[in-house]
Design a protein around this ligand. Sequence first.
Ligand code: GLY
Length: 307
Amino acid sequence: MILLANSEGAPGISASAAALRAGKPALDALEAGIRLVEADPKVRSVGRGGWPNILGQVELDAAVMDGTTLRTGAVGALAGYLHPVSVARAVMERLPHELLVGAGAARFAQEIGADRDSNLIADSARTWRELIKHEAGPHAIDRLDNMALIDLCRAAMDPERVRDTTVYLGRDAAGGLASATSTSGWAWKYPGRLGDSPIIGAGSYADSAYGAAACTHTGEMTIRAGTARSIVLYLKMGLSLRDAVDEAVKDLARLRGGMLAGVVIHAIDARGTARVVAVNCDGDIRYWIWTPDMQAPELRAAEHQEI
Ligand code: GLY
């Protein structure tokens, strides 16, 4: 057994580890952990407390993947619901689809009786109002519906508040691997923007035969490189976990133009080895790991690479 999560995953990591220790399937353990992250307003990039888009609306992305069936479920730009990870799982379990977005995702969430929440806490609303006033003038808030947002969105890009996520990877006692992600995406993003978190193969992928991977930070990069799927495919082709992650980093290094910034890769192989690499990231990037020999999950420092 193994559990890996990024540092934002703190509120749920113990519950997730306890579920794995109790013999629960990996996906149950990951969902239980991520629900606690989504409900915690102190985590400013996920669920309640997540940053809103440029219109002041919190749009959430999430995905799950069962590495044994290779079924997935994902939602993108879901507004008005507290637990996108559970709505994503319901997409997998109750529909013949893998991904729902926007109004369709919200309709589905309502049909399944998902917990409602605007997720816009007072601090986010105040910061957003000040930003719009600063960037577009004192009366812009009332005119946003009829304004072009392209320039406003670019001007408002704030490196302090962008692109984090929570990602969880797990291997259960039966050897099943799973991945799960949840995020509010970039602060002040263009409405409808999806990051990599709901895009299976970019922000996450799990295959019980080989391994699982998930990414945080700049989804615009991992979508282009298909990072999570690539890592699992490199494992399938016989590369070690170290070499598979290095190969995915080389893929990211080939990107030219567009949004190029940091990416953090989290990966495990089917034997339960883990590796976390922070690419082009400043500061101290940490991640949670738990294995059954540990009394409690441990917070460790990621490797750093520049490309
Ligand atoms: N990796 C999260 C995002 O790009 O939204």
